[in-house]
Design a protein around this ligand. Structure first.
Ligand SMILES: Nc1ncnc2c1ncn2[C@@H]1O[C@H](COP(=O)(O)OP(=O)(O)OP(=O)(O)O)[C@@H](O)[C@H]1O
Ligand SMILES: [Mg+2]
Length: 247
């Protein structure tokens, strides 16, 4: 199973949008996908139009079984929901004297052979849950919105990743995904060419700015369902193909 964390400390860069639509695209391509929402905002459920009684917090605390906490939300697509209850999980991680950073990895270990992909949506910021995600995932995809501040945020995030890599050398920032790309704005093009110099092969083809992408979660739909044939589908499909090709 490939475990890919969609992560960047900066907020509002398209992490959830990417986690949901990448998961949906991989599932449509025939892979069995587990989308794990590690954010207390719990927006993955909303974006997929489901309400979740149990999820990641309940699974890890032992309050719910695997069958009770994982929902099949689409064909091939399974959700381990996030939400407010993750605050309690975070507190219990923080109270541990040692090994707290492995809580998620140990709790999810039994699922390792059940899926082709685990895609993790993460909260903005940097806390004990973020660290747990990076002790579980092997690959990181960082969405970067085309603003100078976000690019410098990516540089800071890379330093944080390096701190974790001392303990987990297998962890790799593998993909940098430009989001909110607007080809009409000169700044967008400039930032993109800087990213290309710095990240080379890690750089994915961009996700363009699209009103459709921002509307879809309000209807509980993925972009594939809400606006087939849109630029959002075209752009996320390119990411799906890129990632699955790297198998
Ligand atoms: N390519 C895009 N074009 C237009 N709007 C977008 C695009 N990608 C995401 N959005 C919208 O921008 C907002 C922020 O996106 P999203 O929630 O995916 O970011 P996030 O990084 O998960 O935020 P947070 O850090 O709060 O979790 C949302 O309203 C989303 O619908
Ligand atoms: Mg989010």
């Amino acid at each position: 199973m490939r475990k890919i964390a969609i992560s960047l400390s900066k907020g509002g860069v398209g992490k959830t949008t990417t986690a949901v639509n990448l998961s949906a695209g991989l599932a449509r391509a025939g892979y069995k996908v587990l989308l794990i929402d590690t954010d207390t905002q719990g927006q993955a459920s909303r974006a997929l139009g489901v309400s979740s009684e149990a999820g990641l917090a309940e699974l890890l605390s032992g309050e719910a079984t695997t069958a009770e906490s994982i929902q099949e939300v689409r064909e091939n697509l399974y959700l381990l929901a996030g939400g407010r209850n993750l605050a309690g999980l975070k507190r219990s991680i923080d109270r541990k004297d040692f090994g707290g950073e492995l809580t998620l990895a140990e709790g999810l270990e039994p699922l390792n052979s059940s899926f082709d992909y685990a895609i993790l949506d993460t909260a903005p910021g940097w806390d004990s849950l973020t660290v747990n995600v990076l002790f579980y995932a092997d690959e990181i995809l960082s969405p970067v919105s085309m603003e100078i501040l976000t690019v410098s945020g990516l540089m800071d995030f890379q330093e944080s990743i390096q701190a974790i890599q001392k303990y987990r050398p297998e962890l790799e920032l593998r993909y940098v995904l430009p989001t909110f790309m607007d080809g009409r704005v000169k700044k967008s093009e400039e930032i993109l060419s800087q990213l290309r110099i710095y990240f080379g092969e890690k750089l994915c083809s961009p996700i363009r700015y699209s009103v459709r992408l921002s509307e879809a979660p309000g209807f509980g739909m993925t972009i594939y369902e809400y606006a087939p044939g849109s630029t959002g589908v075209e752009d996320y499909q390119a990411v799906v193909e890129r990632i699955s090709k790297d198998g």
